[in-house]
Write a protein that binds this ligand. Structure first.
Ligand SMILES: N[C@@H](CCC(=O)N[C@@H](CS)C(=O)NCC(=O)O)C(=O)O
Length: 279
């Protein structure tokens, strides 16, 4: 598997890099950001999953995670949010919430999406294996976090396989895609009408069906414009309470959905993961 280094910039003694490679899962070129802290490693690593409309660049440019990642010695991997390229179909109306920039971290089952939209397997299998084989990352010390659509991706990936992703947190996650317009559009489009197939892509349904992680940290801004209609953290609170699943949900007064919110609390998340990945 050949990796092409697209850029590398020194940051807090380490390097913020962007790579491209040919993905066997998506059958397209894929890009990801990778922060490499100073030192030799092996380091614990965090996967960051971004939200709707993002590429591999939003988190690395806006979250301000490099300073503490350097100090703690954390690798952070930030993939793009969908396959892209001339052969990749987009939402027929060009909407931002489906298709390009909106892969929803699923393996699509419906044509024409199924040919390329395989962000679940891309992240869980291909990129995970690539990062472990090509970079100084300590096996078994990998966590995952994300924002909005990516918060949904992080929660569902950790719940499905807590041994692969040993720590999990989220900013303003889509708590239950089966129960909001963004999620219902994506799951119906990528997976088809049979809702029983949607459950493995819904954090609340996974918890109801018995999936567990050791604990999870979720930050949610109270001034987030998507809170009531799309994100619905109360559904996650309810599912966790009913199942005895530990959840640290923090309602952050006055914060919106933006990267200004993420940057305000990203250090707490890095520390949360570092503690668990080095225990
Ligand atoms: N109304 C927004 C919805 C998309 C949105 O808020 N995206 C969030 C994730 S759900 C984001 O991270 N945007 C990119 C950024 O803020 O850098 C738009 O049309 O761009």
């Amino acid at each position: 598997m050949s990796l092409e280094l697209k850029s590398s910039s020194k940051s807090f003694g380490g390097e913020q890099r962007i790579y491209a490679h040919a993905s066997a899962e998506t059958k397209t070129a894929m890009r990801f950001g990778l922060y490499l802290p100073p030192g030799e490693g092996p380091f614990p690593a965090l996967f960051w999953l971004s939200g709707l409309t993002c590429t591999e660049e939003n988190f690395i440019a806006k979250a301000g995670a490099q300073r503490l990642a350097a100090a703690l010695g954390l690798v952070i991997v930030a993939p793009d949010t969908s396959p892209r390229g001339p052969d990749v179909p987009d939402d027929p109306d060009g909407a931002y919430d489906f298709g390009l920039g909106a892969g929803f971290y699923v393996d699509a089952a419906e044509a024409p999406w199924s040919a390329h939209y395989r962000m679940r397997s891309y992240v869980e299998k291909e990129l995970y294996a690539l990062v472990l084989s090509e970079f100084p990352v300590a096996e078994g010390r990998v966590g995952i976090f994300g924002h909005s659509m990516g918060g949904h991706g992080a929660l569902t990936m950790a719940l499905r396989d807590p041994a692969r992703f040993r720590s999990v947190s989220a900013f303003a996650p889509i708590a239950s895609p089966m129960n909001c317009p963004w999620g219902r559009k994506a799951l119906a489009g990528y997976l088809g009408a049979d809702e029983s197939r949607w459950r493995e892509y819904d954090a609340c349904a996974l918890i109801e069906d018995g999936a567990r992680v050791a604990d999870m940290l979720v930050d949610q801004g109270t001034a987030d414009p998507f809170l009531e209609e799309q994100l619905k953290p109360a559904l996650l609170v309810k599912a966790c309470a009913a199942a005895g699943q530990p959840l640290a949900l923090r309602r952050q007064e006055g914060y919106d959905h933006s990267y200004y919110f993420i940057a305000s609390f990203v250090d707490d998340h890095l520390r949360w993961h570092h503690e668990r990945l080095t225990a």
